[in-house]
Write a protein that binds this ligand. Structure first.
Ligand code: GLN
Length: 490
């Protein structure tokens, strides 16, 4: 058995480093995005001067598309490219996207974002799939393999905040974007150098007759041409674009796609009754996850603006970059992930391991609590701003505990309970929850910051209510969805 990387197949090292650099670039750039868009157009390090509503809507559309494109990216890898090649092409496109953003021109801004979206669509889901294919079916190291992989995500985002936020905020936005591109280039370099260590995992697309594949390739090419025409028209300003309206419609679109897809699988995919019950369970988790990310992803939108405008970021004589506050999340993920895993294992041994919907409800309760802390901080800021940075740090810490009750658990649940023959697409559905959450984060974050401090409380209070309502529904469902096979499978 290959144990070349901490007792895991050596190929995991290649994926670890690739994902680490990809997430470094993704989170590093994302921490700058809304600040750059809403930054004043004059003075040191001029931004684009856009309104909070507009900038947050664009942020939401961006995050939504990044995760939505994982679905077609998975399809292309499954049927045409194979996962390994898809990751390579994706990584190169992402690096080009960040370098495009590094060019200090407003015209290149949207082109850079589009390239990152397209590249991440090819990389993010497919690299997660290859992790699973490094192990034989009955290899019980798979789950801990995913845990190690989750670490790479968080080490990557720590590096991203550290480097990109410092350069972007203190020297110039475009240096931060460029640093993200250099980080991704390290990822590309090592992936090319060490890709052979992956062996046959994810090397080939699905088996099918040549003429069928040729047909799929033809339709893919046609779709790509269509897509590039639309993108080209958008970039040339031939179609008008209202970010807020677009983000709202995109949220409806994503919700409809996800709903129809679950319905299709439920009715037409020929699932047996046990598989249908599991699908219902995953649907419930999906709703919890989408709600969760709608709060979590505000770290780089409304909460970043709050950090910039109403928080004291000085330590001694040093004014800390705004993005550095977000360290709290990845550092605490790495610290607490083993503790949470140990706690679930212990509860399992004494037969008290919470069911999956219950864990998701816990995630949402933490999310609600984190925004209660924020409302407290907003009220303090109304009396006298800036407030201390501890409020945002506590908020991120609480959200991280929520993340640990939901995100790694959700990934593992989707890999365990999905109908096997629909595995790739089910991972796509999992990321669709992130897409919906991302767009909602942009919409809600924009509303929250639209009138400065005054508009924050009603929006955060509304969010707290919906987290609580969904958490209660999940808790109620955890009693109902106790179907035998689901229980057994757990
Ligand atoms: N933090 C995790 C990652 O970056 C999960 C993000 C998400 O699914 N929204 O992969």
């Amino acid at each position: 058995m290959d144990k070349g990387f901490f007792g895991h197949p050596i190929g995991l090292r290649t994926l670890f480093l690739t994902e680490m650099w990809e997430r470094m670039s993704y989170y590093g750039m994302r921490a700058l995005l809304v600040l750059y868009m809403t930054g004043a157009m004059t003075g040191f390090n001029p931004g684009l001067g856009w309104s909070a509503i507009e900038a947050n809507a664009i942020y939401g559309i961006y995050v939504g598309f990044v995760y939505f494109m994982v679905v077609p990216g998975g399809w292309i890898a499954d049927n045409i490219l194979g996962h390994q090649k898809a990751v390579l092409i994706g990584a190169i496109i992402i690096a080009l996207g960040h370098f495009t953003l590094a060019i200090p021109l407003e015209q290149t801004f949207f082109l850079g974002l589009i390239l990152i979206v397209l590249g991440t669509g090819l990389l993010k889901g497919n690299i997660s799939t290859i992790v699973g294919s490094l192990y034989k079916d009955n290899d019980d190291r798979r789950e801990s393999g995913y845990t190690i992989f989750y670490m790479s995500i968080n080490i990557g985002s720590t590096l991203g905040f550290l480097i990109c936020s410092y350069l972007g905020e203190k020297i110039g936005w475009h240096y931060g974007f460029g640093a993200a591109g250099i980080g991704m280039s390290f990822g590309v370099y090592q992936y090319i150098k060490f890709r052979h260590l992956l062996g046959s995992a994810g090397a080939e697309p699905n088996n099918m007759p040549d003429d069928k594949r040729a047909n799929l390739i033809k339709w893919t090419k046609l779709s790509l041409v269509g897509m590039f025409i639309v993108i080209g028209m958008g970039l040339l300003g031939l179609v008008s674009f209202d970010p807020r309206a677009f983000a709202e419609n995109f949220a409806y679109f994503l919700t409809t796609v996800a709903g129809l897809y679950f319905l299709y699988l439920f009715i037409f995919a020929g699932l047996n009754s046990a598989e249908r019950k599991n699908l219902l369970l995953l649907f419930v988790l999906f709703i919890g996850a989408a709600a969760f990310w709608s709060g979590f992803d505000q770290s780089a939108s409304s909460l970043s603006i709050f950090a910039r405008d109403y928080t004291d970021l000085t330590i001694g004589n040093f004014a800390m970059p705004i993005g550095w506050l977000q360290f709290a999340n990845p550092i605490l993920v790495v610290t607490f992930a083993p503790i949470f895993a140990g706690m679930w294992a212990y509860l399992g041994r004494i037969n008290m391991n919470p069911s999956l919907p219950l864990k998701f409800a816990i995630g949402l309760l933490f999310m609600a609590l984190s925004f209660i802390v924020m409302i407290y901080a907003v009220n303090l800021a109304m009396v006298s701003a800036p407030v201390g940075m501890q409020w945002l740090l506590i908020t991120y810490a609480i959200q991280t505990w929520g993340e640990l009750a939901l995100s790694p658990i959700g990934l593992a649940a989707f890999s365990k309970y999905s109908p096997k023959r629909y595995m790739g697409q089910m991972f796509g559905l999992w990321f669709l929850a992130s897409a919906i959450g991302g767009v909602l984060a942009g919409l809600l974050g924009g509303d929250a910051m639209s009138e400065g401090l005054l508009s924050i409380e009603p929006i955060f209070a509304f969010m707290i209510q919906y987290y609580l309502i969904i958490a209660v529904i999940l808790i109620a469902l955890s009693f109902v969805i106790k179907a035998e096979d689901v229980q057994k499978a757990e």
